[in-house]
Ligand binder design. Structure first.
Ligand SMILES: Cc1cc2nc3c(=O)[nH]c(=O)nc-3n(C[C@H](O)[C@H](O)[C@H](O)COP(=O)(O)O)c2cc1C
Length: 214
C-alpha cells in the first residue's frame, strides 16, 4: 500500500523534473548508485516482460570527450556525471527462455504458461519485420528512459534525454554490436544552472473523451 505522503513526493518529482543542460562537472555518481538507479529503472513494464533495453554507461571523461562531437557538441555531454546510452537489442526475444524460466523458478509462472511465453518469443517476436521490432524497442526503451529520469530526480539528480546525436557514428566509435539500436542518450548529474522553463499544450488539445474532435 502506498501512503499519501509517497504520492505527494512522487508528484513533486514529476513536477520538478526538467531537462537540465548545465551540470556541475565535479559531481560523480558511484557505480553502486548507478547500478541502483538502473535496477530501479528496469522495473518499467515491457512487451511480454522481454526487457529489450540495454545500457552503456559512459562515465570516463575521455569517452565523454569522444562522444561530445558525435552528440553535436552539446555541453551536457562533457559536464554531466555520466551519459547513459539507452540501447535496444534487436534479438531481445532470445532472452525469453531465461526470463520465463526465472519467473517459473520464482513460483510466479506455471510451467504451461512459461512454455507458451517461450513459444511466443521464439516465433511471434522473432518473425516480426525490422520496423515492428524497432517500434517495440522504441516503446519499451522510452518507458525505461522515463522511469530512469524520474528515479534520478527522486535521488537528487537531474537529467536530459538526447535524440540529437549521430547514431551511425556512435555505433561505430563506441563498438556497439550491429544488433543493438540506439534509442536515446541521457545525461545525468547535478544541475549547475536551472533548466530552461518549458510549456505544455492545454489539455483540451491533447486529451479527448470517447471521441476525437478534429
Ligand atoms: C526523445 C527526446 C529527444 C531529445 N533530444 C534532446 C537533445 O538532443 N538535446 C536537448 O538539449 N534536449 C533534448 N530533449 C529534451 C526536450 O527538449 C525537452 O524534454 C522538452 O523541451 C521539454 O522540456 P522538459 O524536459 O524540461 O520538460 C529531448 C527530449 C526527448 C523526449
Amino acid at each position: 500500500m502506498i501512503s499519501n505522503l509517497s504520492i505527494t513526493d512522487f508528484q513533486t518529482v514529476v513536477k520538478e523534473r526538467h531537462s537540465v543542460r548545465y551540470y556541475d562537472p565535479s559531481v560523480t555518481i558511484s557505480r553502486e548508485e548507478m547500478r541502483e538507479i538502473l535496477t530501479e529503472a528496469t522495473l518499467a513494464p515491457s512487451s511480454s516482460n522481454l526487457q529489450p533495453w540495454r545500457f552503456l554507461v559512459i562515465d570516463e571523461q575521455e569517452l565523454k570527450e569522444k562522444l561530445h562531437p558525435i552528440a553535436h557538441n552539446q555541453a551536457q555531454v562533457l559536464q554531466a556525471s555520466a551519459v547513459i546510452a539507452v540501447l535496444g537489442d534487436m534479438k531481445w526475444y532470445e532472452k525469453g527462455e531465461a526470463i520465463y524460466t526465472q519467473a517459473h523458478e520464482a513460483g510466479i509462472m506455471p510451467e504451461e504458461i512459461k512454455q507458451q511465453f517461450i513459444t511466443t518469443a521464439n516465433t511471434m517476436y522473432r518473425n516480426l519485420d525490422d520496423a515492428k521490432k524497432k517500434s517495440i524497442l522504441d516503446i519499451d526503451g522510452g518507458l525505461v528512459s522515463m522511469q530512469l529520469m524520474l528515479i534520478a530526480k527522486s535521488r537528487g539528480y537531474d537529467t536530459v534525454p538526447m535524440g540529437g546525436f549521430n547514431r551511425e557514428q556512435f555505433k561505430q566509435e563506441f563498438n556497439i554490436p550491429d544488433h543493438y539500436e540506439s534509442i536515446m542518450l541521457i545525461a545525468i548529474g547535478k544541475a549547475a544552472k536551472p533548466a530552461f522553463p518549458s510549456v505544455r499544450l492545454p489539455l483540451q488539445e491533447v486529451a479527448f473523451w470517447n471521441k476525437i474532435n478534429n
